[in-house]
Design a protein around this ligand. Structure first.
Ligand code: CA
Length: 235
């Protein structure tokens, strides 16, 4: 459920927004001052904040600054002020949009939808950028199929990548060559044999390991197979 934090000191306006947003299917929290807004931002982790600029003696833009220290949650300013320069200042501070009072609920709804859509696209992009598997200095991104070690991109073939990612998904679990053929090569062994695995492990180690003869990441378990190690000492 999408969580919206409403920061508004005007009780009637806050109640109106609360009722409307709940009817739109949002989980709504309403607070009326800056300190509560900052606390709620970290405790409920809202997906979006509607922030009134005129909070009694407080200026919503100061509250915005504090929120930005904690979170990059999308913020829509509610502003009763007619000065365009003030609204532009708000956007420059990192607000995602603003709604001028008096507003229609349809307008609020449209703004929320558009800001959430943009934020959703950003989150999706971050997900693509984010490494899926991280082991200290080794990053294995299963979306882009890139592997970085100590900040350097490793040039792995697609099969070497699949082999590493498969092992790293189950750290410390030992896989036999036969199991690796089955899972990584998706072969019953008719076309490839176990020497194929040995050869790919050798090539992978030559790219991944500082000392391929004493591997830190992919170790050999004698008579059984290979496993991905979490720690350099194999513990
Ligand atoms: Ca107000």
């Amino acid at each position: 459920m999408t969580k919206i934090l409403v920061v508004e000191d005007d009780a009637a306006n806050a109640a109106l927004l609360n009722k409307f947003l709940v009817s739109e299917g949002f989980e709504v929290t309403v607070v009326s001052d800056g300190p509560s807004a900052v606390t709620a931002t970290s405790s409920i982790e809202p997906d979006l904040i509607l922030l009134d600029i005129g909070l009694g003696k407080e200026d919503g833009r100061d509250v915005m600054k504090e929120i930005r220290l904690l979170s990059d949650v999308p913020v829509i300013f509610l502003t009763g002020r007619g000065l365009e320069s003030e609204r532009i200042a708000g956007l420059k501070m990192g607000a995602d949009d603003y709604v001028v009072k008096p507003f229609s609920l349809a307008e609020v709804s449209a703004r929320i939808e558009s800001v959430l859509r943009r934020a959703g696209a950003n989150i999706a992009q971050r997900r693509i950028d984010a490494p899926t598997l991280r082991f200290g200095e080794l990053l294995i991104n299963e979306n882009t199929h890139e592997v970085h070690l100590g900040g350097q991109l490793l040039e792995l073939t697609s099969k070497e990548f699949s082999l590493l990612a498969f092992l790293a998904r189950s750290p410390r679990q030992v896989f036999s060559r036969e199991q690796l053929l089955e899972h990584v090569w998706e072969s019953s062994g008719e076309w490839q044999n176990e020497a194929t695995v040995t050869e790919h492990i050798r090539r992978l180690r030559s790219k991944l390991e500082t000392d391929p003869d004493h591997p830190r990441w992919i170790t050999t378990v004698r008579g059984v197979g290979y496993r991905f190690e979490l720690d350099a000492n194999g513990s």
